[in-house]
Design a binder for this molecule. Structure first.
Ligand SMILES: [Zn+2]
Length: 232
């Protein structure tokens, strides 16, 4: 076993260890193996499993002193021997360190997300190569697009206006967060009760900007008695 600071500790958490390393062109390659003796079947949680071969994975990890790092991981495959499990086969898991089928460790993927969010695809890709992460613009953009949307807090300042479902015939109402500059909701009608009920469901709203429609004014007055409504 080889102790590599910042890598061995992370691998120990998921029952893996560094077995060796070598240079392959511009890359630093660490051989990684599991330390778990025999896993339990993830389907039936039985420990009656038999070795069923192995394969190699090569995810990229964070660079070391600017040198790109690749992990050469031996992934063991297992077959469950428990009656009733149907000979289920499964592989060693790298848990939260490398997600299944990912080409990057979780921590290097987080670094790519930061690059994408701050610099965009093309500039982020150029930065990633200079830093030793070596990702293309498509990879960085995919990482950013896979991020969960930011949590939307309770709006404070809301704009209300109508929008045409069928111009001249049927109109709905749009609610916009005027601080975040993003739409909050669409409803199919513009009746006073519909708008009032929507506003009542958002007790954090303090200021409403609305157009001259009488229904909007009435809805705002009823729902936000103690709040501030801005007429046009
Ligand atoms: Zn099983």
């Amino acid at each position: 076993m080889l102790v590599v600071p910042m890598l061995s500790e992370a691998l120990a958490v998921i029952d893996h260890q560094v077995l060796g390393w070598h240079l392959a062109g511009p890359r630093l390659v660490f051989q990684i193996g599991s330390t778990a003796r025999r896993p339990c079947c993830p389907r039936c949680h039985n420990s009656r499993v038999r070795r069923h071969g192995h394969y190699q994975r090569h995810p990229s990890d964070l660079p070391s002193f600017g040198t790109p790092v690749t992990l050469d991981v031996e992934v063991r495959r297992w077959r469950c021997m428990a009656p009733g499990c149907g000979g289920h086969t499964f592989s060693d898991s790298m848990g939260s360190f490398v997600q299944p089928r990912s080409r990057y460790s979780v921590r290097s993927r987080v670094a790519l997300e930061h690059l994408g969010c701050t610099s965009g695809g093309q500039a982020g890709a150029r930065l990633s190569w200079s830093l030793g992460l070596r990702a293309g613009a498509d990879t960085i953009l995919r990482a950013v697009h896979a991020l969960p949307p930011p949590a939307i807090g309770e709006p404070l300042v809301v704009g209300i206006d109508d929008w045409a479902l069928a111009r001249g015939h049927h109109y709905g109402t749009i609610f916009v967060d005027l601080q975040q500059h993003r739409p909050l909701d669409l409803i199919a009608g513009r009746e006073m009760t519909e708008v009032r009920d929507w506003l009542a469901q958002h007790p954090g709203i303090r200021v409403v900007a609305r157009d001259r429609a009488g229904a909007y004014g009435q809805a705002t007055r009823q729902a936000l008695r103690e709040r501030t409504a801005i007429p046009p």
